[in-house]
Design a protein around this ligand. Structure first.
Ligand code: HEM
Length: 479
């Protein structure tokens, strides 16, 4: 996910007995994972960071994830920091599912679900096939590519096409790029609001103007789809969705479309990049995965049934989303006065929960920094222990579609080329807004398959999140 509003909570009293760290609040957006690791180490699984009487609250692990994520009535979602004036394009664009709560969320989620049913998802398969085949057809053996960039561009095209249709790729990709740019502006300016940066605050008008342009483009697409009622793209399904109270209005469609794009694009792109990177750096697992693909597939894009039969590939994707979850944290805001561990929280208090922190708890996942797809043969964590797609009433509606994209795209790439990291290249990452993705290039060498795979030394801060020493402990890393 991309842009949660970071709620800072005034706190008038300081009590020694509470699990609190006094520090800089800005440490959190600056480096969320480093900050959360310190807080958890010092205070345990429920705690707060306090500066000058203001606090950010944090929860980690099964018990608190369950309390907060299962109770949508007490803990609301608040996603975009800058909502814009009432009845403005910015307000409408930021009014998708993740900005809704209570009955409004329930109803809209039911309506939106029509576009995510199995039957609808199967209609998107030809688009996935055509775009991934176009991508690998362009790649050449014995060249080096920035895989992170390729995956981001691939997902931009795929998300735009699934959402808006394939008849007019130029217009569809333009809306995709504009939505992507608008999301970046929201991120930068949201942070600007957080740190009171006057330069960024000055760009607020720019954001509102850009929201106007984007809304016009999306609206034009809505009108086109309304004139041509037979489309199987997501927007057409959203237009046709209705219940006893009617259908989704044009204004609501704008918000749902923008949110779906924001939710799908980088989450899936980062998951693709991380999985390819982790496989390239774990040659024994890569070799087992390649054997599975060679045995069960015939070289090209798998059918849905074939993709579902790739059990090791699926364990590899699950493990990749455990160790480097693209959505690394998110936030809820209390809707009623609430007791959270030792804290009594008033209405409007922001609470951060974190997939990354939970997935790296050794009591839940032994040897948490090691990439071990084989662990999934023996573990069966509950939804509040393993939550790459969130958990509870607002768990990702796109999860089955995302899994289908991952389970068909990765085999198509991995069968076509042998991927090896470029030696001594840098792989760095930072959580930007809530998203854990590569911030450097992820340079890979593409070659014809020769049955031999090797890891390469890489630089960068990726080593602070993942233990890449496969060679030293071959048995532990068995697939
Ligand atoms: C690997 C890819 C993906 C990951 C890791 C991911 C992760 C998540 C997470 C963690 C949430 C819950 C956020 C929260 O509780 O605050 C969420 C919600 C959501 N996701 Fe995904 N997502 C992915 C792909 C997709 C795709 C492909 C789509 C649509 C095409 C999508 C659409 C949504 C929507 C609409 C919501 C809001 C649900 C609600 O509020 O009821 N996601 N996603």
């Amino acid at each position: 996910m991309t842009k949660p509003h970071l709620s800072i909570n005034p706190s008038s009293t300081f009590q020694d007995s509470l699990p609190l760290t006094l520090g800089r609040l800005f440490d959190f957006p600056d480096d969320p994972i480093a900050c959360m690791r310190k807080l958890q180490k010092a205070n345990g699984n429920v705690c707060a960071l306090e500066e000058a009487g203001s606090r950010i609250y944090f929860i980690f692990g099964t018990e608190y994830n369950h309390q907060v994520l299962s109770d949508g009535a007490s803990f609301h979602s608040r996603f975009f920091a800058l909502r814009g004036p009432r009845r403005s394009p910015q307000r409408r664009l930021t009014s998708g599912l993740l900005s809704m709560n209570g009955d409004q969320h329930k109803r809209n989620r039911r309506l939106v679900m029509d576009a995510f049913q199995k039957k609808a998802i199967l209609n998107y398969v030809p688009t996935i096939k055509s775009l991934v085949e176009d991508m690998v057809d362009e790649w050449r053996p014995n060249t080096e590519r920035d895989i992170a960039r390729d995956m981001t561009e691939f997902m931009l095209r795929l998300t735009s096409s699934i959402l808006f249709g394939v008849e007019n790729p130029e217009m569809v990709y333009r809306i995709g790029r504009m939505t992507d740019h608008w999301i970046h502006m929201n991120h930068e300016l949201g942070m600007g609001a957080f740190v009171s940066d006057p330069e960024l605050a000055g760009r607020y008008t720019e954001l509102l103007d850009y929201a106007g342009e984007l809304e016009r483009e999306i609206d034009e697409m809505i009108q086109f789809r309304k004139r041509n009622r037979t489309g199987t793209d997501m927007l057409s399904l959203l237009i046709r969705a209705h219940d006893s109270e009617g259908s989704i209005s044009d204004d609501e469609l704008v918000g749902q479309a923008a949110l779906i794009f924001a939710a799908a694009h980088l989450t899936t792109a980062h998951t693709l990049s991380w999985t390819l990177f982790l496989l390239a750096q774990h040659p024994s697992i890569m070799s087992e995965v390649y054997r599975e693909l060679s045995t069960k597939l015939t070289g090209g894009f798998p059918t849905v049934e074939q993709a579902d039969s790739l059990s090791l590939t699926e364990r590899t994707i699950k493990e990749s989303m455990r160790i480097l979850p693209a959505s690394s944290y998110s936030q809820r805001v209390t809707a009623v006065p609430t007791q959270l561990g030792p804290f009594t929280l008033p209405v409007g208090t922001g609470i951060v929960f974190s997939q990354f922190m939970t997935h790296h708890m050794p009591e839940l996942f032994p040897d948490p920094e090691a990439f071990i797809p084989g662990r999934w043969l023996t573990i069966n964590p509950n939804p509040y222990q393993y939550l790459p797609f969130g958990a509870g009433p607002r768990m990702c509606v796109g999860a089955p579609l995302a899994m289908l994209i991952l389970k068909t795209t990765l085999p198509t790439i991995l069968q076509r080329f042998k991927l090896t990291m470029v030696p001594m290249s840098e792989v760095s990452t930072k959580v930007i807004s809530t998203m854990l993705g590569p911030t450097s290039t992820v340079m890979m060498r593409l070659e014809e398959h020769d049955g031999r795979f090797s890891s390469q030394p890489v630089m960068g801060n990726i080593h602070s999140l993942v233990d890449l020493r496969e060679a030293a402990m071959p048995l532990r890393r068995a697939a």
